[in-house]
Ligand binder design. Sequence first.
Ligand SMILES: Nc1ncnc2c1ncn2[C@@H]1O[C@H](COP(=O)(O)OP(=O)(O)O)[C@@H](O)[C@H]1O
Ligand SMILES: [Mg+2]
Length: 303
Amino acid sequence: MARKLAFINYKGGVGKTSLIVNVAACLVQKGKRVLLCDLDTQSNSSIWLLRIERWNRLNMEKRGSVYSILEPGEDRIKDLIVKDVIRDNQGNVQLPGLDLLPTTFNLIDIENEFAINPQNPHYLIFNEQIREVEKDYDFIVFDCPPNILNASQLAIFSADELYVPANPDALSLIGFTLMIEKVLLFYRRSAGFRTPEIGNFARVAGVVFNSIKANVDIGVPKMRMQLRMNQFKKQRLVSNEAKIYNTTIRDATIVRRAVTLGLPVCLIESREANDGVGQDYHDLADEILAHNVNALVPAAASS
Ligand SMILES: Nc1ncnc2c1ncn2[C@@H]1O[C@H](COP(=O)(O)OP(=O)(O)O)[C@@H](O)[C@H]1O
Ligand SMILES: [Mg+2]
């Protein structure tokens, strides 16, 4: 079954989208089959991977993106997935094996307009359909908005690992703390819907420091984050296997350029001088492959 990873932090602009797109592409280059689910109402990863023209067409249609599994509720995830999403202008596949469940701006309606059925909430509908496609992938990764409202709940309920991108600033630490509180609250509220088939709540896999400038020493922010993590472990709020990732991602202009080009960094490097950030994403993908929090503990002990 696929490993299901959600990238989430209560802070925006920390690198959730850039990490998820670039790590997903690296995993595909390592031979993994990956589905990226865009659950951010801002549609950043969908616009990045589909590029603006294709995404615009989808956005106008009102159907064909993730919200249509809820409203009008006739579509299923398996039919909405865009296979081998990265194409050139002629439609040639650039990275076979990277699929996208796209979102458009209508996903914002899940926060207000959509009438949630308390007996069959949005995250249960999503989960049931994700389980239908799970066998087709090694990894399913969820890009989230910077909150734990309804759209993020789709990801958090279905994920089995949580990754928290952070920058070396105090706000990222606050974002992490707030996120843990809100995630646990959501776990309590949704506990009644967990069945053995759905599996356990997602475990916090770790914190990934992103966008590190060359002359910046992140020793102190890393230590602060580690202290907070230890505190949470002691309170049994996060699993003992959660860690601060050894790999950090450097700040590099190519990351921003990649968005404009509609490509992950690993597909640009061969064409342009590489400043090393591509290797960081590969190292992070390797570290994720080696650190499967759920495989590290016996199933009965996980929470
Ligand atoms: N390692 C990096 N180096 C340079 N710019 C980055 C890096 N990571 C992210 N960015 C830029 O920072 C901005 C926010 O990143 P993004 O991944 O969209 O964050 P989030 O999804 O958490 O809001 C984007 O413009 C992105 O291109
Ligand atoms: Mg984002």
